[in-house]
Ligand binder design. Structure first.
Ligand SMILES: [Zn+2]
Length: 147
């Protein structure tokens, strides 16, 4: 399963030259500060997450936008790893066996700009937005059922 995830990530990078696969990437990697995960939830699930309590996440795709000013690759690798201490809201969703990261993109623009340009519906206000000062509402958006 892990091998599949990594493969999916690499495949998606080469499919999206506008974001992750930039010429001269080796010298520009440090400038990527924002990442977006596309997460596919195979079936609807209930999760209990901190102050949100118990919440239902319907099956379908989700876009999660986050940032790491330093070492974005390590942060992404952490998201791709299933076993970890649950720390951020997104950890709870990604730890569900029904959830799979199907795409990873990286950007040089601030996370809130990327998030606000992302279509989708906010299902859970405040999710992933503890550090948000741009009134995004949430850094997790529901894209509906695509797969
Ligand atoms: Zn924001």
């Amino acid at each position: 399963m892990k091998a599949l995830l990594v493969f999916a990530m690499r495949a998606s990078q080469s499919d999206h030259p506008s974001s992750a696969h930039v010429r001269g990437q080796s010298t520009m990697t440090n400038r990527f500060i924002t990442y977006r995960l596309t997460i596919r939830l195979r079936s609807g699930i209930h999760l209990t997450i901190g102050r949100f309590g118990n919440h239902y996440f319907p099956a379908g795709d989700y876009a999660y936008t986050g940032s790491a000013r330093r070492n974005i690759e390590a942060r992404i690798a952490r998201h791709l790893r299933q076993e970890k201490k649950l720390r951020w809201h997104i950890d709870y969703l990604l730890s569900a066996p029904e959830a799979e990261i199907i795409k990873v993109e990286k950007f040089m623009e601030p996370e809130c700009r990327i998030n606000q340009n992302q279509s989708g519906t906010v299902l859970l206000a405040g999710f992933g937005a503890s550090d948000c000062r741009s009134a995004c509402g949430s850094h997790l958006k529901y894209l509906g059922r695509k797969g």
